[in-house]
Write a protein that binds this ligand. Structure first.
Ligand code: HBI
Ligand code: FE
Length: 455
């Protein structure tokens, strides 16, 4: 990037890591829909002198800006005597508004103006500050307009209560809609997912005979197709899952066991989720090598059909592939590209995800095999995708990102990758076209997203 993003000037002349310890408190109560939340964060640059933080804090206090977290780090990698410090501040959302006449955004603007007038530089992350960047004549650099995104693993806790469709509340045309016992069962499993927090063991579910029978049907059918239809990575990993994680026709594996296995293979882990997340939240999870996974099973009346992800889809479709290092890297890169992306770019990324992670095909010794979870967990579509019927195109994220897709019928088009590493290379070329005034990477030691201001 060369100095501007959507018209906002970013002022830092050098490339630097400007955010290392940043975190946002999960506060989901005022989350509004699938994209932007009201989160606002500030980065205040202060000199390395006694008392230099006092003034910023006093000014923020004066304008009734409530803070939830403060962290500091030096602005230079090596500590120097004259180094300044960046103070990362999270601002509390106004769930029970403080009694004032002006909005939080307006009060923050005033506070920032005042700090600027004292020569203190402030970076604002959040929405509603666009005009400020232009009028301030260079004192404020702002990343405004960039949707909130998680910075540390614990931030993913915020997703728990904002599924698009509650796994427990079924549509009228859901096969289990009229089954009271089934709905209660879903309710109890999804409630555990809702209560789950980072660091806890994943919920253990004791599945009933009926549920095991459904699993058995799905497992038995699908495992007949894998030798001929699944890609070699899947065929290599599946027996390891049988050996290590209790995969069998007679047992539904526990998320905890599968998650531990994946962590040893690729660092991916599973996290329980109530149901469908927004594409943004779901993809953001992948940036932490976290795969959100449902734990309930489809209705027994239609074992080979499900209108939504269920434990069969997650454990037979997704989990095996996440144990492959190249595929894991590919998934991780889609996740990183989604952090702070615009709504339009999230749409494009979701289509890339759909035509790869869900419905991707890959070349193998002159043949075409399946690696997408939507295929590997669907007896019907797995055969259809490898028949002569659908149209096959070479994997190209520039094309896939524009390709519309039906969600209730078989795909008319599939994309075929040469390999996962070449699919990743192509994806990274595509990801460069996603407008963002910074770049991100994942620090696996601290499990945080680090940002490089790339101006
Ligand atoms: N949510 N729980 C869950 N599981 C998914 O597989 C999933 C999701 N939300 C969106 C999504 N998949 C994709 O279709 C893309 O939109 C990212
Ligand atoms: Fe899926």
């Amino acid at each position: 990037f060369f100095g501007s993003f959507k018209g906002y000037r970013l002022l830092s002349p050098t490339t630097k890591v400007f955010n290392r310890y940043f975190s946002v408190e999960p506060n989901t109560s005022s989350y509004s829909g699938n994209s932007h939340s009201g989160r606002i964060s500030l980065v205040v640059r202060v000199p390395n002198t006694p008392g230099s933080l006092t003034q910023p804090l006093a000014v923020l206090g004066k304008y009734q800006v409530n803070l939830t977290r403060i962290e500091s780090r030096p602005t230079t990698e090596v500590k120097q005597p004259d180094a300044s410090y960046d103070i990362f501040i999270n601002v509390s959302e106004e769930t029970s508004p403080i009694v004032t006449n002006s909005s939080l955004v307006d009060r923050i603007k005033k506070a920032v103006e005042e700090l600027n007038s004292h020569g203190i530089k402030v970076t604002v992350l959040g929405e509603g500050f666009e005009d400020m960047a232009q009028s301030s004549g260079g004192e404020v650099s702002t990343l405004s307009g960039i949707p909130w995104f998680p910075r540390k693993m614990r931030d993913l806790d915020a997703f728990a209560s904002r599924t698009l469709e509650f796994g427990a509340e079924l549509d009228a045309d859901h096969p289990g809609f009229h089954d009271k016992a089934y709905r209660e069962r879903r309710q109890s499993i999804t409630e555990n997912a809702k209560q789950y927090r980072y660091g806890q063991p994943l919920p253990h579910v004791t599945y009933s005979e009926k549920e095991l029978k459904t699993w058995n049907t799905v497992y038995t059918e699908l495992t007949q197709l894998y030798p001929t239809h699944a890609c070699k990575q899947y065929r290599y990993i599946f027996p390891l899952l049988e050996k290590n994680c209790g995969y069998s026709p007679h047992q539904i594996p526990q998320l905890q066991d599968v998650s531990e296995f994946l962590r040893e293979c690729t660092g991916f882990r599973l996290r329980p989720v109530m149901g469908l997340l927004s594409p943004r939240d779901f993809l953001n999870g992948l940036a932490f090598r976290v795969f959100h996974s449902t734990q309930y099973i489809r209705h027994h009346s239609k074992p080979l059909y499900t209108p939504e992800p269920d434990v069969c889809h997650e454990l037979l479709g997704h989990a095996p592939m996440l144990a492959d290092p190249d595929f894991a890297e590919f998934s991780h890169q889609i996740g990183l590209a989604s952090l702070g992306a615009s709504d339009e770019d999230i749409d494009r990324l979701a289509r890339c995800y759909w035509f790869s992670v869900e419905f991707g095909l890959v070349k193998e010794d002159g043949q075409v095999k399946a690696y997408g979870a939507g295929l590997l967990s669907s007896f019907g579509e797995l055969q259809y995708a490898l028949s002569n019927e659908p149209q096959l195109l070479p994997w190209d994220p520039f094309v896939a990102s524009k390709q519309p897709y039906p969600i209730t019928q078989y795909q008319p088009v599939y994309f075929v990758a040469d390999s996962f590493s070449s699919a990743t290379d192509k994806f990274l070329q595509f990801a460069e076209t996603i407008a963002r005034p910074f770049s991100v990477w994942y620090n696996p030691y601290s499990q945080t997203i680090e940002i490089v201001d790339s101006i």
